[in-house]
Ligand binder design. Sequence first.
Ligand SMILES: [Fe+2]
Ligand SMILES: [Fe+2]
Length: 188
Amino acid sequence: MYSIDLMVEEHKNINRMLAVIQKICCGILEGEEVDDTEHREIIDFVRNYANLHHHGKEEKILFPEMVNTIGKVADQVITHGMLVEHQLGRAHVMAWETALNMYKQNPKTEFKLDIITEAMGYAHLLQMHTEKENNAVYPLSERTLPAELWEDINNRVKIFEEEQTKAGVQEKYLNLLARLEEKYMKER
Ligand SMILES: [Fe+2]
Ligand SMILES: [Fe+2]
């Protein structure tokens, strides 16, 4: 399925960034300085690629169709599961940004701890979340949504992708990901 393949691919990219986040947090524990600009670049990736670009397609296109068509089971899994986790993710990112602001004003260890805690809280949550979608939520959609609905979903996803491509979204954030991997993941 075009839309599902695309979103699984995006999960891979998101997880590559989660690995970079973990590497950066380990570095801080080992005595590296907090690179404020870089943390904010990653937050920008998380907000605009993982959240608007990726969760956007789930929240606006796939998930509502699942809830409408499948009913109760999807309502449990989506409304009380996936969407709650999207919200938790946003809360971690907000707290991560607040910790960065606090640390910038006053570089105390407790604010540095907050930066690591929130960044890793987000990374763990999203890793678990994307795994659940790959293994349970997306397969449920593939098993249960009818073919004509998939046609509609795929068309809407295609249009959204084209708009985002025109705006340079994928290119911008995949370049950032490649740059950070080059810096942090090379010696692995
Ligand atoms: Fe999701
Ligand atoms: Fe997802």
